[in-house]
Ligand binder design. Structure first.
Ligand code: OGA
Ligand code: MN
Length: 276
């Protein structure tokens, strides 16, 4: 197995490995790489849905998304689907999966099934590197703060997705809810400090005036969303990505209107997050 950085501050490419024929020793090497990089890319995988499931079950415990449709055959595989005629895509803004849960998802494994001819990249950001690069004064300011994470503004009755052509594809309107998490968490596996706020789900700072919280969050989001901490992955048939939801953000580019794109996602359960 070979592991090389994808870009200086974001992700790693794993080669000389077929996920569906991985030994237990390779699985342990992969665990270490996952804790270190938080974002792994794989090419040329022979990875049908049953192998996707088998890999997920070997790595951890599967958790099912409350809002996405699943494949007909496998209720643990979520479909990230955009039809030719659809305008809106799933995950088109920076976010991390399931941060609105009390115990957020550990990771997501995304597999390309149908790809547009061009476009449809997924962008990622490294939140451990972004934290390290914050000025000391900001690190001090963030100590002890907690943020509110929600999905109501996206998937609730008046959530923005309900007014788009994605609405028919989404369930769970009645399952919306919030959670609070420390703004800086200790990553459960790597022990690194990570900035745990994201533009999609983090709505406010607990105990602060809304506008004040918004100002701080926007400042943090702008700090992360720069070339030093971000990268863009171009999907090809056989590509798989596996990201850590505690230490990365991602977003799906919506630059392929008139073409279809279908991805399969399995999400793995995490553990409670502790303040740094
Ligand atoms: C997801 C997601 C990004 C993409 O599956 O959680 O945001 O590029 N997908 O499809
Ligand atoms: Mn996502």
């Amino acid at each position: 197995m070979k592991i090389v950085p994808f870009s200086p501050g974001c992700g790693a490419v794993v080669s000389d490995l077929q996920l569906s024929r991985m030994t237990d020793i390779e699985l342990n090497q992969l665990r270490a790489a996952f804790a270190e990089h938080g974002l792994l890319f794989f090419r040329d995988q022979d990875f049908p849905p049953h192998e996707h499931l088998r890999f997920a079950n070997r790595f951890g415990e599967i958790v099912v998304n409350k809002f996405f449709k699943t494949t007909a055959e496998h209720p643990q595989i979520a479909e990230v689907r955009k039809e030719k005629t659809q305008q809106t895509n799933i995950g088109g803004g920076w976010h991390t999966d399931h941060s609105y849960d009390d115990i957020p998802a550990m990771g997501s494994i995304l597999v390309a099934r149908t790809l547009p001819e061009t476009g449809g990249n997924t962008q990622f950001a490294n939140l451990a590197a972004a934290y390290d690069a914050l000025p000391e004064t900001m690190k001090k300011r963030l100590e002890g703060l907690r943020a509110v994470h929600s999905n109501t503004h996206l998937y609730g009755e008046n959530g923005i997705y309900r007014f788009t052509d994605l609405a028919d594809q989404l369930g769970g309107m009645d399952r919306v809810g919030d959670a609070t998490h420390p703004v800086v968490v200790i990553h459960p596996e790597s022990g690194r400090k990570v900035l745990y706020v994201n533009p999609g789900h983090t709505i406010s700072i607990e105990g602060w005036e809304f506008d004040q919280g918004r100002e701080l969050l926007d400042e943090l989001f702008a700090h992360v969303n720069t070339p030093a901490f971000t990268c863009s992955f171009n999907w090809l048939p056989g590509s798989v990505t596996f990201w850590d939801n505690r230490s990365t953000w991602h977003m799906a580019n919506n630059d392929y209107q008139g073409q279809a794109r279908l991805m399969h996602r399995i999400t793995l359960a995490g553990s409670p997050l502790k303040a740094a």
